[in-house]
Write a protein that binds this ligand. Structure first.
Ligand code: SF4
Length: 248
């Protein structure tokens, strides 16, 4: 919020024609700020918790609605990041307004801020009233591997998936596949078992690691931890899909 008590969002960037960020064609808003430090992050410039363009929910929705003709029956708006749950007041108001216009809303999150403590949980419950779909990026199910990959524990993230399942919220679970890092067969089997224990997962999908964000690390002067790691081959993707029981 700013000094006039207006809710202001800090936006890193926009994508007007997203095709891989939820159902159909989407307007994707990337919010500024993330506390995780995933070794393969392709948006490290979103990490800073301040900065970005300032938008009101009303103005942002007006901009999104200009693209509505592209959404047809199943498209809509996706908010990604960064980590959108770090700007929950803004996000909730934005989605509330979008639902008022009948727009499908998707939250793309890694779940790091989730807790059952108040005031977070009460705000999250309200946000979920205006969220049609949660795309949860589950980096690792093994706690030690998750900490090594992101710098943070994953107990609260797995708990968020449980909460969403218990509250009948539709989910897509996504896994970035990095050869030698996130494609361990035991870990993938563990992910499958975890997904099978949830009631509301509509889709489990693999996002093959790519190096398109590498130049951003260089620009920021941060050493890239995965220097020399190549994207997965078709064969590696197929193998992971088999373990995960994904059929294309
Ligand atoms: S959660 Fe997303 S934005 Fe944050 S470090 Fe990981 S990949 Fe980057």
């Amino acid at each position: 919020m700013n000094n006039d008590n207006k809710i202001i969002g800090h936006i890193h960037s926009h994508e007007t024609f997203g095709l891989v960020d939820g159902p159909g064609v989407r307007y994707v808003v990337f919010l500024q700020g993330c506390r995780m430090r995933c070794q393969y992050c392709h948006n490290p410039e979103t990490w800073a918790l301040s900065g970005g363009e300032e938008w009101t929910p009303e103005a942002l929705l007006q901009r999104c609605l200009r693209y509505r003709p592209y959404w047809k029956d199943n498209g809509g708006i996706t908010v990604s990041g960064g980590e959108p749950l770090l700007q929950m007041d803004f996000l909730t108001q934005f989605f509330r307004l979008a639902k008022g216009q009948g727009v499908h809303t998707t939250l793309d999150t890694a779940g790091n801020p989730f807790t059952r403590e108040q005031p977070f949980l009460g705000k999250f419950e309200t946000l979920m009233q205006y969220t049609d779909l949660v795309m949860l990026d589950l980096k690792q199910t093994d706690p030690a591997a998750h900490k090594s990959l992101t710098g943070w524990d994953n107990g609260n993230i797995l708990d968020m998936a449980r909460w969403l399942s218990d509250h009948s919220k539709a989910m897509w679970i996504r896994r970035v596949l990095v050869p030698g890092l996130t494609d361990d067969e035991g870990e993938l089997s563990g992910l499958r078992r975890f997904v099978d224990s949830l009631l509301t997962v509509e889709r489990l999908e693999i996002l093959p690691y790519h190096t398109m964000g590498l130049f951003k690390w260089e620009k920021l002067g941060i050493p890239y931890p995965l220097d020399g790691v190549e994207p997965p081959t078709e064969e590696q993707i197929k193998k992971a899909e088999t373990v995960l029981g994904i059929q294309n």
